[in-house]
Design a protein around this ligand. Structure first.
Ligand SMILES: Nc1ncnc2c1ncn2[C@@H]1O[C@H](COP(=O)(O)OP(=O)(O)OP(=O)(O)O)[C@@H](O)[C@H]1O
Length: 236
């Protein structure tokens, strides 16, 4: 399993005013080692979940401290980390840049399969594995929200990353597609870290982090974490 390590990691952003003057810490410091196959992250809007997730593949660099994946520092070894860690955004359309899903899958396979023929065959295999062959040549804009979400996942998983990071993957999905996505995640050999407001989805993890105001306020069993979170949001 993948080992993710955060050591005193903070993220600070500039506050309005003269450039370079004041900053606001929106996350941390966070000290954490994740080795579980499934980790969920829950917390209120604006608590810092996405920021935490973005640290994991170097989309956001820590302002202080360090983040590493399998010993690779996300700043010093950014491109190697991004090859190991796939990131799926809430809105799949930001992931689908080509006219069709098949072209998108082929695009993400370019590094792994420089030969066009091999790439096409590999893409066929990926689409088949995700049950998306029938939708592969349809314009991504004509796919339903759920189909698009699954297509975007196929695109990021095509390169067989070691870790999949998902930022609120079910927000745009109905119940049926949420269940389809959960079944798909259950069958993945990869480690998964996901942030979600879907507490049912969060409960399926091996370990759950609760984030509040930029801090990890609970870290442990999913059932306990959900209880902690509900107590937190019910506070007057
Ligand atoms: N680049 C940035 N510049 C300024 N503020 C930021 C930046 N990125 C995040 N923030 C702020 O940091 C806080 C945490 O944001 P983040 O997106 O991590 O929260 P979240 O828990 O994922 O929220 P949500 O559930 O609404 O998606 C928010 O107050 C947000 O406005």
């Amino acid at each position: 399993m993948t080992r993710v390590s955060l050591e005193g990691a903070t993220v600070a952003v500039p506050v309005d005013g003269p450039p370079g003057h004041r900053t606001r810490t929106i996350l941390g410091p966070v000290d954490l080692v994740l080795t579980e196959a499934r980790v969920s992250v829950i917390g209120a809007n604006g608590s810092g979940k996405s920021t935490l997730l973005r640290l994991l593949n170097g989309l956001v660099s820590p302002t202080s401290g360090a983040v590493s994946v399998d010993g690779l520092d996300t700043v010093r070894h950014g491109s190697r980390v991004r090859r190991r860690v796939a990131f799926a955004f809430t809105d799949p359309i930001s992931q689908l840049v080509m006219p069709t899903g098949r072209e998108d899958v082929e695009l993400s396979l370019r590094r792994l399969h420089p030969s066009r023929r091999e790439r096409q065959l590999a893409a066929e295999g990926v689409l088949d594995r995700f049950g998306l062959t029938a939708l592969a040549d349809q314009s991504v804009h004509d796919l339903s929200g759920g189909e698009r979400q699954l297509m975007a996942l196929a695109v990021v998983l095509a390169t067989e990353p070691a870790l999949l990071v998902l930022d609120e993957p079910t927000t745009l999905l109905d119940r049926r597609n949420t269940q389809r996505l959960r079944a798909l995640l259950d069958g993945l050999p990869q480690s998964v870290v996901l942030a979600t407001h879907d507490l049912e989805l969060a409960l399926g993890a091996d370990r759950t982090l609760v984030v509040d105001a930029g801090r990890i306020v609970f870290d442990g069993s999913p059932t306990e974490a959900v209880r902690h979170y509900l107590a937190l949001v019910d506070q007057p």
